[in-house]
Design a protein around this ligand. Sequence first.
Ligand code: MOS
Length: 704
Amino acid sequence: MNKVIGTAVSRKDGLAKVTGTATYAAEHQIPGLVHGYLVTASIANGQIKSIDTSAAKKASGVIAVFTHENAPKILMPANNFITSKIYEARLPLSDNKIHYAGQIIGLVVADTFERARDAAHLVKVEYATQKPLVDVTKATFEEAPSQFGEESKFEKGDLAAGLASATAKFTATYKTSTELHAPMEPHAIIAHWQDANSLTIYEPSQWVLGTQRTYADLFGLASERVRIVTPFLGGAFGSKAFPWPHGILCAAAAREVQRPLRVVLSRQQMTANAGHRSETEQIIRLGATADGSLTAIAHEAKSYTSSVDVFAEPCTSITPVMYSTPNLQLKQELAVLNIGTPTFMRAPGENPGMWAMESAMDELAWMLKIDPVELRLKNETQEHQRQGKPFSAKHFADCLRVGAEQFGWQDRPKQPRSLTRDGKLIGWGMAAATFPGLQGKASVKVRLLPDSTAHLLTAGNDMGTGTYTVVAMTAAEALGLPVEQVRVELGDSLLPTGGMAGGSQMTATLVPAVMSACQQVLKTANAKTAQEAFATLRQSKGAAFEATASSAPSDEANKWAFQSWGAHFCEVSVDEEIARLRVTRWVSVMDIGQVINSKTAASQVRGAVIMGIGQALMEECLFDPNIGYPVVYDLATYHFPAHADIPRIEVAFVGEPDLNFNPAGARGVGEIGITGVSAAIANAVYHATGKRIRNLPITPDKLI
Ligand code: MOS
């Protein structure tokens, strides 16, 4: 049999994307399409006293204007992740209250986009304004509610005793800034009601079936009356899993005007009302013996949410998995601000959590004069200290050793400020990476056709991570076909149930179903390979052999904790005169179980490292403390890395297939790469300059 899994295959969708033939949500051509433009609040806290739409309604081309005074009918969905989920629990236009700047307060529908936008600016609003709270230092923090089935507090052993018995005690506070997902494709939707009870939605969605059920709930329809079409997403990073208020309002307004309606958000609108990562403040306390064994770990995290929904950035999720300690204490606190609801963003929790933990471990290593790689090896845990389960197929130590060797870590000068090159200070740093192995449920249909192609179909989708290619490769191997002879159709709710492209789980979710559907179709065809089946089809003039198979997490999952691991090693250069910091070298080694596509998997890690470099050096969304508006609102004011900021990123994989996890042994790779990146950089900055930066991003002002 030909070996395809594990090889490097270029993206199936690559040509379509670079030639512009991949159709994104807003690009679908629907006859009779009309255009919506959002009216958004110019204050961040208060009420609408009056809203005058008369001029807007009279403007040329305007079809309708919606505000809270004539809000279209929308039903509250179950909103529980299982049956349905919306990003913000307050339905759009539900009353006259303003909770954050940029909140949606109206929608103008017109025959062209420009006329809708023009008329939106003719809507006159009078507000009763209250002073907004957008500053976490002035906010009241309370214990965060339990989230995703986990309490916000956890305690094992006796923290005070653990700290008392330590020879080295370390405490520090680490901060991260509000970050934007900033996908290349803006949030956009076309809602098309074929009749009063049939709705088609073209929207980038990381979770086609969930989005289908959610829109069905919102409008009191049976799921099968709603179709979600989302073959391509131009980046999502957690911001496109559930409907946002603009999508809900677009679908509701489209029903009222009885025309297909498109709403595209501007970058400025996206900043205010389509999610972001909350800023965080974390206190890490460590106790250790002189030889570096951790006697205590305490991790306290603060983040903010909006006044209309609850989302606590789950920073402490990584603490029980990283390092072994008899005494562990976790706590999450949450404040309410006049800022739109924060949400999942690439490695939610793990990313800021690892920033704090991996910075603290580096500081402890310097304090104890222990190699930071050794300190991590010494404290590795073989069980999840919160779930009490052993890790399956864990190769964290190999990540550290292989990474150290590839980077040349053993040659590291042991003092800060001891390496220079071309008049610049050079520093080396490292940090660990981690992300859980998650798997969902999916069904996949395979069809073998007389033209010697295999056709794979599922509603699960590709948010740019490589799902088309991974599905094709898995089928190619199972059927004994070249990848070119496999066609893959994704991202349409008419197709068999797919999983969610979130939590780095799409590969682990789909691959087992693809394997089993391919085995079944060969059985149905009574053939050993697809070629045999094709021959039978041609002889018998049959149309196709078909099979559908499903997969779900196995009972084995209850016995094990599934987690992926990694290590980053990096070099920075610092020009002290102008405080210019550059990342000049990078090595990442990952243990993600079975690698399906070595090319797209390495690309996922590279993309995540680049996003982490952005977080470390540039990305921050700031809010005007007086008016509460984001002062960073587009791709010019929200700084992120360009090619010139990025060095060559070496990526290697270690480990073995995690066969306790699923028959493919693959754990997924979308998010792990960003965890630990900012800590590795801050650790290298300390080595270069002797300055410890605990507040992201590391902008030049912090280095002067
Ligand atoms: Mo990811 S933040 O689960 O899309």
